[in-house]
Design a protein around this ligand. Structure first.
Ligand SMILES: *Cc1c(COP(=O)(O)O)cnc(C)c1O
Length: 405
């Protein structure tokens, strides 16, 4: 018989970069009874979450909520704005950028994948200069969209989206800017309106701390206008009917009622803490995690310090060590899940998630599990990462507040 209470003693440490641990408060909200999605209470819930989520994207424009994983929201962004055969410029930052490109190919778009050679591009952020140069060369404006990943979850690299916007503007190019912030949102600073993003794509199970199952498209007026003429086939994903029904807090189909309860609670938790405080907490934990990796004498997957991700840290294994064997040992011995290496970096690195519902002691326990697991795997460590992280976290409350201010 399949047992769903896999972990009888203590909590399982779910330290993958999504799904992230779901706070009890959200789980409790999800246990409320499912209500009539056409009834009066539902409209109030719908309006509350549709309004609240705008604050997280920092937008005044509509945000669509789909009962789908992030992958569905990727498809929605493309199918609502593009015509068959349209030329889209994408940037290879890692596995998720590669999967999005594969989807665009599958939808019949003409994709162009810019990037640095080999795995080099999997250690750095989007290079705005390369985008600018490519757009300048496109005098006929054949390129209809620039697609980039904000926080590349496969590597732990966060790209500068404002710089990508500036690159498009500097080239005087009318392409839409589509951004995957599936793992970045509510962890790393994100500004849909200010950065001039046309469609921002996100998901529920990373920084928003929800279980998987809902995802988002934040829109710009230009994207909405484009969607009225876009020719790619779409039905379930079509924005227009959803936007119309959302005006009163309803959907054209049955939405994920209980996940929307959780979203309502998550928005309250995030906005009560304050977005800036949430970002600062993630930066601080990420800094402590990197201090640990450096003290172990191991390499961080991201080689551009200004692009270090506040969401996760990619830890590169010394030559000859199978990162997945280390991960497996840690899972079996310490009941902790770490992220596997994906695509080009499979086996050479693992990922430590420090996103969402994570605090100092969550991180310390996580690092203790890693340190013990690395030693048990026979990896030679230069020093104690746990000690280095503790030193890093021993700032006073006043010092911490000063950092947030
Ligand atoms: C998780 C993730 C996805 C995929 O989302 P699903 O919810 O698994 O469909 C895409 N892009 C990024 C950057 C992600 O972190």
């Amino acid at each position: 018989m399949l047992r769903l209470d896999f972990h009888p003693a203590g909590r399982h440490f779910l330290q993958i970069p999504g799904p992230s641990p779901v706070p009890d408060r959200l789980l409790r909200a999800m246990s409320y009874p499912t209500i009539d999605h056409r009834g009066p209470e539902f409209g109030a819930l719908g309006l509350a979450v549709l309004d609240g989520i705008k604050k997280i994207f920092k937008t005044r424009h509509p945000v669509i909520i789909y009962p789908a994983s992030g992958t569905g929201a990727w498809e929605a962004a493309l199918s609502n704005t593009m015509n068959p055969g349209d030329h889209v410029l994408m940037f290879e930052t890692g596995h998720f950028a590669s999967l999005w490109k594969k989807m665009a190919d599958g939808l019949g778009l003409k994709t162009e994948f810019l990037g640095l050679p080999g795995v080099e591009g999997w250690r750095r952020g989007v290079q705005p200069r390369m985008i600018e140069d490519r757009l300048r060369a496109d005098a006929a404006h054949d390129i209809k969209a620039v697609c980039v990943v904000h926080n590349e979850t496969s590597t732990g690299v966060t790209s500068d989206i404002a710089a990508v916007r500036r690159a498009i503007d500097a080239a005087g190019h009318p392409a839409l800017l589509l951004v995957d912030t599936i793992s970045g949102l509510a962890c790393a600073d994100y500004r849909h309106d200010e950065w001039g993003v046309d469609v921002s794509i996100s998901g529920s199970q990373k920084g928003l701390m929800l279980p998987p199952g809902i995802s988002f498209n934040a829109l710009s007026p230009k994207a909405i206008e484009r969607s009225e003429q876009a020719g790619l086939p779409r039905s379930f994903w079509r924005w227009s009917e959803i936007l119309e029904m959302n005006k009163t807090g309803y959907w054209p189909y049955t939405p994920s009622t209980n996940l929307l309860y959780a979203l309502h609670e998550a928005l309250e938790m995030i906005l009560d803490e304050g977005l800036d405080a949430v970002f600062a907490r993630h930066q601080r934990l990420a800094r402590a995690c990197r201090a640990a990796v450096q003290a172990w004498g191991l390499e961080i997957q991201c080689v551009e310090p200004e692009r270090y991700s506040p969401v996760l840290t990619g830890v590169v294994m010394p030559a000859g060590v199978d990162a997945d064997a280390v991960r497996r040992l840690i899972y079996e011995r310490f009941d902790m899940s770490l992220g596997t290496g994906l695509g080009k970096v499979r086996g050479s690195m693992f990922r430590i998630g420090h996103l969402g519902d994570c605090n100092d002691l969550t991180l310390m326990a996580t690092l203790a599990g890693c340190e013990m697991g690395l030693k048990l795997s026979g990896v030679t460590l230069a020093g104690s990462g746990v000690q280095a992280a503790m030193d890093c976290l021993q700032d006073t409350v006043e010092e911490r507040q000063a950092k947030v201010a």
